[in-house]
Design a protein around this ligand. Structure first.
Ligand code: DC
Length: 234
């Protein structure tokens, strides 16, 4: 059977990564959370003091990009790959609401995008990959055999994110989380470089009322169909 490339794009907190991870596991494919890469760069910028509530020193970040090494390492305890920044596991640090509040600004910077897209191409060069993000089906892998565009209402997504953050012990309000979701939707889909748009050939799935099991079943069926087609076509 041929291996294919699966691109899963959509707005923030649509549950893309949960289902993408499980799909990759089911197929024996590599899973890459491209959002984690943008979050790791954001965390780096925060640590260096390049970004905070008052300012964003874009040039300082751009000048330091060659000192930034992002990698993924499989953690058998959780069953998926975690993100490392210059050799340090930052999986936990990058998931806070504070990082979420800055990440869209960092993801607008073309130099950051170019660097990360290059790394994403490298990660996907042998196919057999499920990558989720915003521009995977449009910019990173425009030839992906299967493209999914996930949607859900902003309220549904904010509720999901709020529960996750509360479970992790973060002190946040649902109102703040909804505001962050709506702001990121706006910035992610209005930026000049690689905005979030549905690829023409992407299949849209609104998962507001779908269980994770239901979504996974749909994705597995679509993947098997594309894998079989790719195998008979070649
Ligand atoms: O998927 P996420 O919420 O963890 O992504 C964090 C941010 O990174 C998101 O607000 C936009 C940005 N992003 C992007 O611009 N392009 C990608 N391929 C993935 C994420």
């Amino acid at each position: 059977m041929n291996k294919i490339t699966i691109a899963i794009d959509g707005f923030s907190s649509t549950g893309k990564s949960t289902v993408a991870k499980q799909l990759a596991k089911h197929l024996g494919y590599v899973y890459v959370d491209s959002g984690a890469m943008y979050r790791a760069v954001t965390w780096f910028a925060m640590q260096k003091g390049y970004i905070n509530e008052d300012q964003f020193d874009k040039m300082a970040l751009i000048n330091q990009l060659d000192r930034l090494e992002i990698s993924f390492k499989f953690n058998p305890e959780v069953g998926f790959s975690e993100v490392y920044l210059n050799g340090v596991n930052v999986e936990k640090e990058i998931r806070t609401l504070e990082v979420s509040s800055f990440v869209s600004q960092v993801a607008k910077v073309s130099e950051v995008r170019r660097l990360l897209v290059k790394q994403q191409h490298e990660l996907g060069k042998n196919k057999g990959i499920v990558m989720d993000g915003r521009d995977i089906g449009t910019v990173v892998f425009p030839d992906a055999e299967l493209k999914i565009f996930m949607t859900a209402s902003a309220e549904t997504r904010a509720n999901r994110r709020y529960q996750e953050l509360i479970e992790k012990g973060e002190d946040v309000t649902l109102e703040d989380v909804l505001k962050n979701v709506e702001e990121r939707d706006y910035v992610d889909s209005h930026r000049k470089d690689s905005p979030l748009v549905k690829a023409k050939d992407a299949i849209e799935i609104d998962n507001s009322d779908l269980t994770i099991e239901g979504q996974l079943e749909t994705l597995i069926a679509l993947s098997v169909e594309k894998i079989e087609k790719s195998t008979t076509d070649n």
